[in-house]
Design a binder for this molecule. Structure first.
Ligand SMILES: Nc1ncnc2c1ncn2[C@@H]1O[C@H](COP(=O)(O)OP(=O)(O)OP(=O)(O)O)[C@@H](O)[C@H]1O
Ligand SMILES: O=c1ccn([C@@H]2O[C@H](COP(=O)(O)O)[C@@H](O)[C@H]2O)c(=O)[nH]1
Length: 289
């Protein structure tokens, strides 16, 4: 942990504002604060300092590692610690209606985005791709996490959960306020810490739609997509790293939900419409649609 200084304890990192440049902001969140020790700020919380320090330190470490060709940057908050605290946001006093969250998982290129688009069209789900949200944040001018996200994506690594969860939370709240309650959360959770934190602080996942796909098929699809996608990770080097991360880090999440009998598995290695028919029949069977 390097984003803190002696006598300063990071109590609750909360990303609140949907506004640009403010993905990590404690403003207007009474429970988000520092507790300061001697030499602190006289008991008055500075809501921006910790997050600024976190951002500066994370970006600094990213550059250091990139330039020194060493290990990837590590999150400045220990992801295994319970830094994300609280009760689920949905339902709660502020957001009284529960939301329906389906997690959509599968290896890179298994067809998650493709199938989500079809479900949105036919069944009015809101599709939230964690990868898309990260790419959007990355290209937001002035984002303090742009460089960090860029590095994690190219390396096929999982961005520290606080960033991704807050981006998702912001997007879900925005959609909730518009009356939407059904969400396909695509490409998330990719790591156990994300799964536990999201279910603890945002909402439980009703179901996991998991696309099983041979690596060779995914590889060909991604290389093909890479001809036009402009994505920094649709190249052979990044793809291999993404496969490794998927097997080592994301499969345990699928297994975790499988133990809870929440996973429906669909073979992705069929034409798009055939895959979709399987998805729809599984969703009907589980009363999701
Ligand atoms: N069933 C399918 N058959 C053939 N091609 C497919 C099929 N499903 C998706 N594709 C193509 O494969 C590529 C990857 O699909 P898609 O972007 O939906 O995957 P993804 O799982 O969302 O990938 P990522 O996790 O990398 O974002 C796209 O070019 C898409 O058009
Ligand atoms: O929860 C997440 C989801 C994604 N990432 C990073 O983004 C890329 C691309 O994700 P796609 O779903 O393929 O669009 C992924 O390889 C990760 O680097 C993440 O960190 N956390």
């Amino acid at each position: 942990m390097f984003a803190t200084k002696p006598g300063v304890r990071f109590v609750r990192p909360v990303v609140k504002s949907i506004g640009r440049n403010q993905i990590l902001s404690c403003r207007s969140i009474p429970s988000c604060h520092y507790s300061t020790g001697a030499g602190g700020q006289g008991g008055k919380a500075n809501h921006f300092l910790p997050l600024t320090l976190l951002g500066v330190a994370a970006v600094g470490l990213t550059y250091y590692n990139m330039n020194n060709n060493t290990k990837p940057p590590t999150p400045s908050i220990d992801p295994t610690s319970s830094t994300i605290q609280g009760s689920p946001l949905f339902p709660s006093e502020k957001y009284p209606e529960a939301i329906n969250v389906v997690f959509v998982l599968g290896g890179p290129g298994s067809g998650k985005g493709t199938q989500c688009s079809k479900l949105v069209k036919d069944y009015k789900f809101v599709h939230l791709s964690a990868g898309d949200l990260l790419r959007k944040e990355k290209s937001t001018p002035g984002s303090e996490f742009g460089d960090l996200i860029d590095h994690y994506i190219k390396e096929g690594l999982i961005v520290p959960q606080e960033i991704t969860i807050q981006l998702l939370k912001n997007a879900i709240v925005e959609q909730y306020d518009k009356g939407n309650r059904k969400f396909l959360v695509d490409g998330f959770p990719r790591k156990m810490d994300q799964a536990l934190s999201f279910e603890k602080t945002v909402s439980e996942g009703k179901l996991v739609l998991y696309f099983q796909c041979p690596e060779e098929v995914m590889l060909q699809r991604l290389l093909n997509r890479g001809k036009t996608s402009g994505r920094s990770d649709d190249n052979l080097e990044s793809i291999k790293k993404r496969f490794t991360t998927f097997i080592q880090t994301s499969m345990p999440v699928v297994e975790y939900f499988d133990d809870q009998h929440k996973v429906v598995k669909v073979d992705c290695n069929e034409p798009v419409d055939d895959v979709y028919n399987h998805v729809v029949s599984q969703f009907k069977e589980k009363n999701i649609i």
